[in-house]
Each structure stands twice: as C-alpha cells, then as structure tokens.
Design a protein around this ligand. Structure first.
Ligand SMILES: [Zn+2]
Length: 415
C-alpha cells in the first residue's frame, strides 16, 4: 500500500506583522502546539502560490495548488462556481457568479446582496428563474442555480457563446446596474452580451412582481429584485489531477468556488454536517470525515475558509480564534492518522493581511511531514520560521509533484 497524502489549506491564514501584536503575525502570536509539532516533524518552506508578488484569487490559487499553471489554464470563475454549487457544467457552457441584489426603479443598486437575504428566502425566489427562455435566442438554454444566501450561478448553454464579456455588477452601491459589453468584437461575445442584457431586464420584471418581494418591501426590508452577473467563465482545459497522478482524491470544503476547482481537478466532493465556511465552522467534523474515509481515497484536500473571512473583516480576534481552532483540527489529525502511512502538507492559499483586508502577493508558509520526509530544524509553523526550512521558496504548482513524489506516485523522467 502506498502512503496517502493530505493537503490542508487554511484560506487566507498567512499575514503580515500586526501592530496590536507588537509586530508578530497571528501565527506567531497564538499558542498552537500541534501546528508547531507538525513543523518540527516536517520539512518547511515558503510558497509563492501563483508567482512572486502576485496576489492570488481563490480560484487561481487552488488551480496552482492542485498542480496546474493558472496562467495557462484559468478561464474565469463562473464555471467553477457553478460546478462547485452542484451544477453539471459542460465544456462550451458559459457561466457567471450571480448575486441577488436590491435596485430602485431606475436600476440603481441599493444593496449588492439584497440585505444578505437568508438562504430559505432566496430559495423561494429561485424557482421563478428556472428555465428562463428568451424568444430572441431560442437556441440558448439558461439555467439559474441558487447556492447560499444571496449567492448563485447562471449558466448559458448553446452554440456560439463566449466568456469575453464584462460584468453587470458595478461592484458598489449607488451605481446603476451596468450594461454587459463584449470585450472583443466576435459575434459570440456580442451575442452573449445581448443575452445577459435581456436577462437583466427579464429577471428584474419577474422578481419585482414576486409576492415575497412585495412582502419584504412592505415590511421595509430590502427586496431581492435584481440579479447581478460577474466573473464570466468556462471550464479550465485541464486533465484531472486524479488521472495525472493516478490517485483517488477527495475534497472536504464548503466554499463553492473551491469545491468547483476540486471537482474540475477530478476530486470527489464530500459533505460535512456542521461545516459552514464561516468562523463558526466545525473543524473537527471535517477532520473526522477525513479519518472515516481514510481507506477510500489516496489523496485528501481539506480546506477551511474562516481565517480569510476574519482578515477581510479586519477581525483580529476572530483570526486568532481561528488559528486556535485550526490547531485543534491538526491535533485531531495527528492523533488519528499514522504518519508512517501518511504525508501531511499544511499551508495557505494566499496571504490575507488584516491590515489590507484583502489578498496580498506575499508567500505563504508550508510544512510537509510524515512518511519519508527528511525533517529540517524548523520548529514553528509561521511565515518567518518556515522561511528557514529545507524546502526553501517554491511555487504553488510545484507542491503537487513534491507531494506525489513523496508518496511514490511519480514516474521517472527519462530512463
Ligand atoms: Zn479571500
């Protein structure tokens, strides 16, 4: 039996010096003995997930972490988002990330998230948007997928479509819903832009009249009377990593976009009760799911989102609590997995400095421990400590070959 590989990605965990922590990062300031134990047992390094200085998005970062060159294969977020939400996206489909939003009579955006409409309420609106047909475009099938709260995806299927179109989402309030434009002059892009502009109007008409929205408006709440499109995308042209490395792979993640990249890479998506993608998520339930399924897969990808949310909100306390929580998850895995038959990698998909409230292009720390690993002298899992380790500084797309080599899944180059 070959050893198994576990890749733990703590979204947005890495940080910069924090003033309130006397210049330490949250990883340096929090007592986290299990993550440090893993660093002690392992070989450490820092990683430019995309390439030095480039702030990664969640989609491009995970493409890189799964072994692909994002500059070569990235084709927008929309199709990945839809795939992660459970829609069977096919090659040729053009998909968009969408938001339920609130607009006034002249289509000025009052709230980009319709007051963060609750999932159950948005789910009542979604059926009205199934099978939207446009008489002007009889050959195009339009599908709407609601995921959580205000979020969803829109998928166009048919001949002659293109992802080369702009967003209708202005990205801020007090601005009008934008007209979608073709970014090249191809008939495909012009046709796709035309479809979206028709859909904006048609969806607004349907939602405006919906009894639930009338009810919300009467109560003084924000009606979800518009849908904003962004991030046009098609599936990335990739060979699943499961085939490239001949592994059976499982994804344990909640975030739709991350699940979508995992599905495109050939992973099976596992669901975990209590996993929420927020700071309240049940990390032990996630780790348990992995342990329970240990015999069924060769590779596990375990993703936890919370720390990134905390950083986007500038929530130092929340981020520190998340580090503690992640440490308890690593502890559970160390107690329940045998490092004689497992290689564990612990890292982040990008740095999200609390001070920036957004992703930055700083490298992230990386620890790899377990079967066959030659440990170095690093004894702490942090941005600075890992930089002194034996892995040096690598790129995101190098991680998968390094892991697959350790577990004996790579063929020799040459004879
Ligand atoms: Zn983020």
């Amino acid at each position: 039996m070959k050893p198994k590989a576990v890749l733990i990605v703590c979204d947005g965990l890495a940080d910069r010096p924090v003033k309130e922590l006397e210049g330490r990062t949250p990883l340096e300031a929090v007592d986290k003995s299990s993550m440090d134990e893993l660093a002690k047992l392992g070989v450490n390094g820092i990683m430019d997930v995309i390439s030095p200085g480039i702030p990664p998005g969640s989609d491009t970062a995970h493409l890189a972490l799964f072994g692909y060159d994002p500059f070569q294969v990235y084709r927008g977020r929309g199709a990945l988002e839809a795939l992660g939400g459970g829609f069977p996206v096919k090659p040729g489909d053009v998909a968009f990330r969408v938001n339920f939003a609130t607009v006034d009579e002249d289509m000025t955006v009052l709230d980009r998230r319709a007051g963060r409409i609750r999932t159950e309420l948005a789910a009542q609106l979604a059926p009205q948007l199934q099978n939207l047909s446009l008489p002007e475009y009889p050959d195009v099938k339009v599908s709407f997928l609601h995921t959580t709260e205000h979020r969803g995806a829109l998928i166009l299927r048919g001949e002659g479509l293109s992802r080369n179109v702009t967003d209708s989402d202005p990205g801020r309030t007090s601005s009008k819903v934008l007209e979608v434009k073709a970014t090249d002059q191809s008939p495909e892009a012009l046709k796709t832009a035309g479809i979206l502009n028709r859909l904006t109007k048609k969806i607004h008409q349907i939602l405006r009249e919906h009894p639930l929205n009338r009810e919300l408006a009467e109560k003084g709440a924000k009606p979800a009377n518009c849908v904003l499109f962004r991030g046009a995308g098609i599936l990335p042209p990739i060979t699943p990593m499961t085939r490239l490395f001949n592994v059976k792979a499982a994804c344990i993640a909640v975030t739709a976009l991350v699940r979508g990249v995992s599905a495109a890479a050939g992973m099976e998506l596992l669901n975990v009760e209590g996993a929420t993608g927020t700071l309240e998520t049940d990390v032990i339930a996630k780790a348990k799911k992995l342990v329970e399924n240990f015999q069924n897969f060769d590779f596990f990808f375990l993703h936890v989102k919370g720390a990134d949310n905390a950083s986007h909100d500038g929530n130092l306390e929340g981020k520190m609590a998340m580090v503690k929580k992640l440490d308890s998850m690593v502890k559970f895995l160390l107690n329940n997995l045998n490092l004689e038959e497992t290689v564990i990698a612990l890292t982040s998909d990008h740095t999200t400095p609390l001070s920036m409230r957004n992703h930055s292009g700083d490298p992230v720390p990386l620890t790899i421990a377990g079967w066959g690993v030659l440990a170095d002298d690093v004894n702490q899992f942090s941005e600075k400590a890992c930089a002194k380790g034996g892995l040096g500084r690598i790129r995101g797309k190098d991680l998968m070959p390094i892991l697959m080599n350790l577990v004996g899944r790579l063929k020799k180059f040459g004879v």
